[in-house]
Design a protein around this ligand. Structure first.
Ligand code: NAD
Length: 348
């Protein structure tokens, strides 16, 4: 059996994690990379000895890969995913699936209309502690879930945005701390507690300065189907990158996930699950589970089975984020949407 032919678009920061995982995978062969920034394109194509393409659609046409990994700025995810699906290319897209619900629905429709599958990169669902907690919930060991709280207290100042200006704009980033950094934790919170039926929240820019447009801080109160309530706080205005915290209150236990998982049952017993690796540096943000998600996605491609973290699953979290933006003064002042005229536009 020949290995899956893989292409990647967006040779920036996160691409290194994808490219390493592809290289280490026994059933994958990287065949092409694409970027509009020539130096990054050349560096990646030379590093991995594959064909460079400055244009995404030209790459798809020429290579007809089995899978394309999309690692570009947020506002391009939806158009690139649908362009690949139209050509029957399976897509692994970085989070978020899109920057608006309308675009995400278009991706979902494109996926439903063809045989190729889409996976969205919420790799923290593959952390051993996340998996352990999810199975405790599924087996009923915790009893009914009553609520929870989560926080992401990190540090990103203006210099972070100067390095990659798109991250600071509504047009290309689609938002700040909510849609970029803390979306993984929001995704886990709703994955554990269930579908969100009511969202009250505010996103504000408290510490970042112009030209950064997007929020650095957000507070959200959520109501889940079945009645559980949760609160979520996220900021890029702390002095350090603190460990992400999720706490759940259930009838039979209190759960705390902060790197490790600690479950304290009402009968006095405790369960401790150590995180199977504490990430440091930039990986403290990315986590260690990209490889697992990529491996699982390729298995689904091989079996022609839909992937479980698909556009519909990703929309559960995107809906919360966009609801908060709709309620926030800062986001209402956002300039026009990114025109998205051509996926093959050349470097600025
Ligand atoms: N899952 C995670 O934990 C995680 C971590 C970091 C980043 N990400 C996501 O990965 C994506 C990329 O983030 P990043 O930090 O690597 O950004 P980045 O700016 O470092 O890289 C993006 C790359 O895309 C290229 N690009 C832009 N427009 C293009 C186009 N039309 N065609 C081809 N290439 C184009 C840019 O030149 C750049 O090299 C984002 O969606 C981000 O949220 C996910």
């Amino acid at each position: 059996m020949t290995a899956l032919r893989i292409a990647l678009v967006g040779c920036g920061d996160i691409s290194a994690v994808h490219l390493d995982a592809i290289a280490a995978h026994g059933d994958a062969e990287l065949v092409a990379v694409c970027d509009v920034e020539r130096s990054r394109l050349t560096a990646a194509s030379q590093r991995w000895d594959v064909t460079p393409y400055p244009g995404f659609e030209s790459m798809l046409e020429a290579e007809r890969p089995d899978v394309v990994h999309i690692c570009t700025p947020h506002a391009q995810h939806a158009a690139m995913t649908t362009a690949a699906l139209r050509r029957n290319v399976n897509v692994l897209v970085e989070k978020p699936v899109a920057t608006s619900m309308a675009d995400a629905q278009e991706v979902q429709r494109a996926a439903e209309g063809g045989s190729a599958i889409v996976g969205v990169c919420y790799q923290n669902r593959y952390n051993n502690t996340s998996q352990a907690l999810r199975s405790l919930i599924d087996t009923g060991a915790l009893g009914a879930l009553r609520g929870g709280r989560a926080s992401v207290d990190w540090f990103r100042d203006n210099s972070y945005y100067e390095r990659r200006p798109w991250r600071g704009t509504w047009a290309e980033g689609g938002g700040g701390v909510l849609i970029n950094q803390s979306i993984h934790t929001l995704d886990l919170l709703q994955w554990f507690l269930g579908e969100v039926v009511d969202v009250r929240g505010q996103a504000s820019r408290l510490t970042l300065d112009d030209p950064v447009e997007v929020e650095d801080t957000a507070s959200i109160v959520l109501r889940h189907r079945g009645g559980a309530g949760s609160i979520f706080q996220a900021t890029n205005s702390y002095i350090d990158n603190a460990p992400v915290m999720i706490e759940l209150l259930a009838d039979r236990a209190t759960v705390r996930l902060e790197n490790d998982l600690t479950v304290t049952y009402t009968d006095g017993q405790t369960l401790f699950v150590a995180a199977d690796g504490i990430a440091t540096g930039e990986k403290a943000y990315w986590g260690l589970s990209h490889e697992r998600l990529i491996d699982d996605f390729y298995r689904h491609v091989r079996r022609r089975r839909p992937f479980w973290i698909d556009p519909a699953a990703a929309m559960e979290t995107l809906r919360i984020v966009t609801d908060v933006y709709a309620q926030s003064d800062l986001a209402r002042r956002r300039p026009g949407r990114w025109p998205g005229a051509s996926l093959d536009r050349v470097a600025r």
